[in-house]
Design a binder for this molecule. Structure first.
Ligand code: ATR
Length: 270
């Protein structure tokens, strides 16, 4: 029987995950199918159970269900515990529901693919929501020197930084207190979605600085355009999406797909 996987979200219509996982399956010869399931806003647990009852083996979870998936999982990976969110679920060999998150490793792998300087880097992370929280520990693990978390609501930046006391040099502040320069600036706010730009100081980037937006679109986001005008190299989040998917695929199938062909294919289709 073909193993079933799916991504759960609301809305889910534009998800690229089915396309990515179908390509990974074809490339690696794995027999599986992967659907997109739109769960009702307060009905993630029920939708997941119905999927498992119908033979579902594992899934991805996206907005707005990452915290519900976290609460539902019976076994959490250390990185999911630190992130406070789950984007990958699987029924383990022990029969229990395992939750993990692959977003952070997806970001770090994509930064590697773009030859971003991580070791010893001064990094600014914009935003203090779930997207930010999920990438902090993997960035620290990658050997960055300092991490500044800047957010519109300052208390959220400070609270997020406080979670990482003892794990690295992490501080939280408001946009008006940002002190650069930075080797890497990651936009993890949802401002790009609305075409907004957080209020940022002009001299943000070090020489060879890199701007990374977790969002992606056919055209560069407002943040990436702003950064490019200030001489920074700019990269959008399409590669992060593909790399987090590859890590989920690995968790389910113990097979690592080659992400390079997908990068080209999805870029052309944007
Ligand atoms: P996610 O899970 O995507 O991180 P979230 O938890 O809702 O979503 O967090 C969204 C983040 O984007 C927050 O840091 C939010 O700032 P606040 O905490 O002050 O709300 C930030 N954000 C959203 N719109 C923004 C805007 N127009 N300008 C600056 N920051 C914005």
């Amino acid at each position: 029987m073909t193993d079933r996987y799916a991504v759960f979200g609301h809305p889910i219509g534009h998800s690229k995950s089915p396309r990515i996982h179908a390509a990974f399956a074809e490339q690696t010869g794995q027999k599986l199918c992967y659907d997109a399931i739109e769960a009702p806003v307060n009905g993630f647990a029920g939708a997941w159970q119905a999927f498992v009852d119908a033979g579902g083996r594992g899934g991805n979870v996206t907005v707005p269900f990452k915290q519900e998936a976290f609460a539902l999982a019976e076994v959490l990976s250390p990185r999911a515990q630190l992130a406070g969110a789950v984007n990958t679920l699987l029924i383990g060999e022990d029969g229990r529901l395992h939750g993990d998150t692959t977003d952070g490793v997806g970001l770090v792998r994509d930064l590697d693919a773009h030859a971003a300087p991580l070791t010893g880097a001064r990094v600014l992370l914009l935003g203090a929501g779930g997207a930010s929280r999920g990438v902090i520990e993997p960035l620290l693990e990658a050997g960055i020197a300092t991490l500044t978390v800047a957010n519109r609501t300052v208390s959220k930046a400070e609270a997020l930084a406080a979670l990482f006391v003892g794990k690295g040099d992490v501080t939280g502040c408001g946009f008006d207190r940002i002190e650069g320069p930075f080797d890497l600036v990651v936009n993890a706010t949802s401002a790009s979605l609305a075409g907004d730009l957080p209020p940022l100081p002009d001299h943000l980037f070090a020489a060879d600085g890199l701007a990374y937006d977790m969002m992606y679109a056919a055209e560069p986001t407002v943040f990436l355009r702003w950064a490019a005008e200030r001489g920074a190299r700019s990269v959008d989040g399409l590669g992060m999406l593909i790399e987090q998917a590859a890590e989920s695929f690995w968790l389910w199938r113990q097979v690592r797909p080659d992400t390079a062909p997908l990068r080209e294919l999805l870029r052309r289709e944007l």
